[in-house]
Design a protein around this ligand. Structure first.
Ligand code: CP
Ligand code: NVA
Length: 305
């Protein structure tokens, strides 16, 4: 039983292991097989924010694995009816794993401290590790060995960007980021990256054209994340020069992929012609959320294979 709160919780070899399980399960899935690696296991989803991909891929994935999924609504009273400690200790008596989506990363950390079952981060303001794993898995499917390739992230230094940077460090990819001043990684996270992935080649610029020059893939996320809606007008101004459009894509190598975690704010961080264009792999990324969640669940719960 292991937690996955950020990619700091995984060693490179463990990511390889999750990807190997994922590949095997995905191959079987494409042949119509659903291997019941987790029969009778129960997963609870505790979500403070909306979700399509994370929620449904975890729920469907657990069902594919022969387990069961419980989506907990407001009626369980998380954070309202009793202390988080009592909540976590009790919930762990009933389920094998909790996937939490929380506004504040501290909430996920607290839950993990009190739960005696596994806790997986399904997105917080700080990190989105399951997304980054699915993204790296998708790239691996397309290009094979990831080492030495460059991921160019254009936009906010947010939860998705942090997890991608950590993930790139773990798989040997270079992470180049074009982000306006004021939205870049803070000193604390940079120090953490230095300790966690000392070999990461990280380049930070304010110039999107410079960032995409050597990109194997260009990655965008929304300028305004969930919980930041009050800042959206200001952010639209601050990120106006960071849109991924045909002009910017033309500055990247011709075969560069376009990636986005979705949901997208079309017309802001990306234009329709790019996200719907031939270089876009966003649907493959979303599709792989299902397969990678299964790899994560099987690995987290230590399923015997
Ligand atoms: N990418 C992602 O996590 O999507 P959802 O918010 O729909 O889960
Ligand atoms: N950065 C976005 C990601 C959504 C999947 C958010 O936190 O809203």
């Amino acid at each position: 039983m292991r937690n996955l709160l950020t990619l700091a919780d995984l060693k490179s070899a463990e990511i390889d292991r999750i990807f190997a399980i994922t590949e095997d399960l995905k191959t079987k899935y494409s042949q119509g097989l659903r291997e019941a690696l987790l029969p009778g296991r129960v997963m609870a989803l505790l979500f403070e924010k909306p979700s399509l991909r994370t929620r449904v891929s975890f729920e469907a994935g657990m069902i594919n694995l022969g387990g069961h999924s419980l989506f907990l609504g407001d009626d369980v009273g998380f954070g309202a009816r009793e202390s988080k400690a009592d909540f976590g200790r009790v919930l762990s008596q009933y389920v094998d794993v909790v996937v939490i989506r929380a506004y504040h990363h501290q909430t996920a950390e607290d839950l993990a401290r009190y739960c005696t079952c596994a806790v997986i981060n399904g997105l917080t303001d700080y990190a989105h590790p399951c997304q980054a794993l699915a993204d790296l898995y998708t790239l691996k499917e397309l290009i094979g060995r990831l080492k030495g390739h460059t991921l160019a992230y254009v936009g906010d230094g947010n939860n998705v960007a942090r997890s991608l940077a950590e993930g790139c460090g773990k798989v040997g990819m270079k992470f180049v980021m074009a982000t306006p001043k004021g939205y870049q990684f803070d000193a604390e996270f940079l120090a953490l990256l230095g300790r966690e992935v000392p070999d990461l080649e990280l380049h930070v610029t304010t110039d999107p054209a410079k960032a995409v020059r050597e990109a194997t893939a260009i990655y965008a996320d929304v300028w305004t994340s969930m919980g930041q809606e009050a800042e959206s007008q200001q952010r639209r101004k601050d990120f106006a020069a960071y849109q991924i459009n045909a002009k910017l894509l033309a500055k990247a190598p011709s075969g560069a992929f376009f990636m986005h975690c979705l949901p997208a704010h079309r017309g802001e961080e990306v234009t329709d012609e790019v996200i719907d264009g031939p270089q876009s792999i966003v649907v493959q990324q979303a599709s792989n959320r299902l397969h990678v969640q299964k790899g994560i669940l099987a690995w987290t719960l230590g399923a015997q294979r």
